[in-house]
Design a protein around this ligand. Structure first.
Ligand code: GLN
Ligand code: ZN
Length: 751
């Protein structure tokens, strides 16, 4: 019964084409619906997915999750941190406990959330210690195989996070001995998987899919040895399904050799992210006995595949592998469901797009062509609609010179800015957004739906801006902001205003749990025919003698949170966006704005998993920021803002941005980042956050004063800024006002 895998995908969206799961979850959490209602929605979504995937030769099951597929394994292993079981046993149902780990309770903080590789999906970090329970507590994967079989799925292939990746993504539980690594629990976890494999085989699964994508990052010999040991053991399970190990999002490097030599039955490779793997396969004779699943359809971007090219690549593998299957490069979790429901997208753009459903057709077409041995696909299916070219933009990018990315030396700038701005030491500011009230949201919605005209919209936004400016003056902040009331989202706002981008109506993608995002689609050459933010900034500045910061989102962050065209290098696309921002900065300067902040919240997010690839990425990322800001006059103060405090591999890059002031998150990490920055010779302005905006808590003035004092020990007063960790958009006015007042008082006292 273990037939070939054939045409398949590694996973499918699960939030529902109309975000049915999101709505059902939120209703359940609010107490507005029963668990039965929630389970029914979930079952319907799974049934629908079984049908939708029916055209494939085999399909993954168990890719549905109530919240997160890593949390599913935590629940399966019963690896529940003790804070969720204060009395030593589960409170409420298994599902309640599952949601408690995801969302926290009044007494227990939720599991930490972090990015799933270099995607925009977030998983819940397992907490594994020497004493964490590890046993097969839940056999949902087995039930799902039975459910799929009953629904007529011919070859259900349960898909789970593999045991080694699970532990590599985990962190040591609180109270673990110094140096403890979750990988120390590998044998226990593998035993549970072995038990599960036996049950899966019993339920009729011919294959099981155990994702080991953690190996597309640099891994130690010990970790590689753990991989080998785990799969030797699993493969030794009597009466087990065949084992397929996918490596998505990059190149597994030596892990591929390790598994080729191991008794596993197949590997799935991401040939979209790592096309060089096709050559490696030919050099691994052991793969001639195995199934190789060629991930040729991009699972995390929205462009139609070049089926002719994909087929040619697949054909080169034919002689080197035992059985060749074709698939998406990773789970389709990262793309929206269906492009055909997008009625407002331009046909020329739609012609280039493939969402999850369309990608199913692509793998089926590839599979069919491979089987027929024709090695040709319909020209029509190759989707070769042209990109709308803007010659002026291309010419401008081509003529960029290194000098365009360079500002005068910092001491020269610092002097000019000091003279112009006349700020006190330890100047106080905020990161940009102020709380978004119901009125503000309503004004935006009314305007978008045509219920109010431009004049009325402008009036409402201006009145909000005025309120926010007056509030900041009353609090006594030194550098003001306009508060960003006109922005729903820091990337979408620019995408809506720049030719070259499109936005979807229903292109939702799960970010975490019930939270979805609708990334803009960067499909063509990007230009900026007219100013975007200037009138709001000008208005805000007209209200106050204090400097008002212009507020822009940087090129890397715009790319990171969009689906980006893949027909040209990202560096080139980033430079197009940078030039648009450069023009915006020039217009802000002309409008009398003396400080411009260019947010690069996502600079670290696109960092490639392997160190060797990072230099090339950071070169273009930093280069595009410098191109955006490189035209600013020496007396214009350029700020940047970064949304995290663990700089690790980007610390030199942050220095390389050459911003006059860098504001960063620091309140929770006790200012450690400052020492890191100073260590690489960063010698410009820095604003470590002294107000943790992730919590509604109002800190005492003393706490803020302590953080400032700590920062003062590392950074001289003339370079130190005082500000919150991030934007205030998700907070309430009352707490914000109290905290900002305390912050300003603490800064004044520290001067
Ligand atoms: N300027 C943005 C804001 O304040 C920055 C947001 C962010 O860094 N995520 O909302
Ligand atoms: Zn931020």
């Amino acid at each position: 019964m273990s037939g070939p895998i054939g045409a398949t995908v590694l996973g499918y969206p699960r939030i529902g084409p109309r975000r049915e799961l999101k709505k059902a979850l939120e209703a359940y959490w609010k107490g507005a619906s029963s668990v039965g209602d929630l389970e029914q929605v979930a079952a319907d979504l799974r049934a629908r997915t079984y049908r939708e995937l029916a055209g494939l030769d085999s399909q993954p099951t168990g890719t549905f999750s109530y919240y997160d597929h890593v949390l599913d394994v935590t629940a399966m292993l019963d690896a529940v941190p003790p804070r969720f079981r204060p009395d030593g046993r589960r409170e409420g149902t298994a599902l309640d406990e599952y949601f408690a780990m995801a969302r926290g309770t009044t007494t227990a903080a939720p599991l930490e959330m972090t990015k799933w590789f270099d995607t925009n999906y977030h998983y819940l970090v397992p907490e594994i210690g020497p004493d964490t329970t590890i046993r097969l507590a839940d056999t949902t994967p087995v039930e799902r195989v039975r459910e799929a079989a009953a629904a007529g799925v011919a070859a259900p292939r349960p898909a789970l996070v593999g045991p080694v990746t699970y532990l590599l993504l985990a962190k040591a539980a609180d109270g673990s001995p110094e140096g403890f690594s979750p990988l120390a629990r590998l044998d226990d976890v593998v035993e549970v998987y072995a038990q599960l494999l036996a049950e899966l085989a019993d339920a009729g699964a011919a294959w099981v899919q155990l994702d080991e994508s953690a190996f597309v990052a640099d891994r130690s010999d010990e970790e590689l040895a753990a991989l080998r040991r785990a799969y030797d053991r699993l493969a030794g399970t009597p009466d087990r399904p065949r084992i397929l190990v996918p490596f998505s999002y990059g190149d597994p490097g030596p892990a591929l050799d390790a598994l080729a030599e191991s008794p596993v039955d197949g590997v799935a490779l991401d040939l979209v992210t790592a096309p060089q793997l096709a050559d490696r396969v030919a050099g691994l004779p052991a793969l001639r006995q195995k199934t190789v699943v060629a991930g040729l359809v991009d699972g995390r971007n929205v462009w139609r595949a070049d089926l002719g090219g994909a087929l040619a690549r697949a054909a080169t593998l034919l002689g080197s592998v035992g059985d060749l299957a074709v698939s998406s490069s990773c789970s389709l979790l990262h793309v929206p469901y269906d492009v055909t429901v997008e009625e407002k997208l331009e046909p020329a753009v739609v012609a280039r797009l493939a969402f999850a459903r369309q990608k199913l057709d692509e793998v089926v077409a590839l599979g069919r062509a491979l089987r027929s041995g024709e090695h040709g696909v319909d020209a029509d299916a190759a989707g070769s609609a042209a990109v709308a070219v803007d010659e002026a933009v291309r010419a401008r990018v081509a003529s960029v010179e290194p000098a365009d990315r360079t500002r005068p030396d910092y001491p020269v700038r610092a002097k000019a800015q000091r003279e112009r701005l006349g700020l006190p030491p330890l100047p106080t500011t905020t990161i940009g957004s102020f709380p978004q009230t119901a009125d503000v949201r309503r004004a935006r919605a009314d305007w978008a739906n045509g219920r109010i005209d431009d004049a009325e919209y402008t009036r409402r936004m201006r009145s909000e801006i005025e309120r926010v400016v007056r509030l900041q003056e009353a609090i006594g902040l030194d550098v003001l902001v306009h508060g960003e009331p006109e922005r729903n989202d820091m990337v979408q706002y620019f995408a809506d205003n720049l030719p070259g981008f499109a936005t979807t109506a229903l292109g939702w993608v799960q970010s975490y749990g019930s939270r979805c995002v609708r990334p803009p689609i960067l499909h063509g050459d990007v230009s900026r025919p007219q100013p975007i933010t200037v009138e709001w900034a000008r208005y805000a500045q007209s209200l106050s003698p204090q400097p008002v910061k212009g507020m822009l989102t940087g090129p890397v962050t715009i790319l990171a949170w969009s689906f980006v065209r893949d027909d040209q290098p990202l560096a080139q696309t980033a430079d197009q966006v940078a030039l648009a921002l450069r023009d915006e900065i020039a217009d802000l300067e002309a409008a009398g704005i003396g400080i411009v902040q260019v947010d690069e919240a996502a600079l670290r997010e696109l960092l490639p998993p392997r160190r060797a690839d990072r230099g090339a990425y950071l070169d273009w990322a930093v280069g595009s920021f410098r191109l955006a800001t490189g035209g600013a006059a020496e007396e214009t103060q350029v700020h940047t803002h970064l949304c995290y405090s663990e700089f690790g591999d980007v610390i030199d890059a942050i220095d390389g941005l050459d911003a006059d002031v860098t504001t960063i998150e620091a309140a929770r990490s006790r200012m450690e980042v400052l020492a890191d920055l100073e260590a690489v010779g960063y010698s410009r302005g820095v604003g470590p956050g002294v107000y943790d905006i992730h919590s509604p808590r109002v800190p005492e003035r003393g706490e803020i004063a302590a953080l400032i004092a700590e920062a003062q020990r590392v950074v001289p007063d003339d370079r130190l800024w005082v500000n919150p960790d991030c934007g205030l958009k998700t907070r309430g006015y009352e707490e914000v006002e109290l905290t900002l007042r305390a912050m300003v008082e603490a800064a004044r006292a520290a001067r």
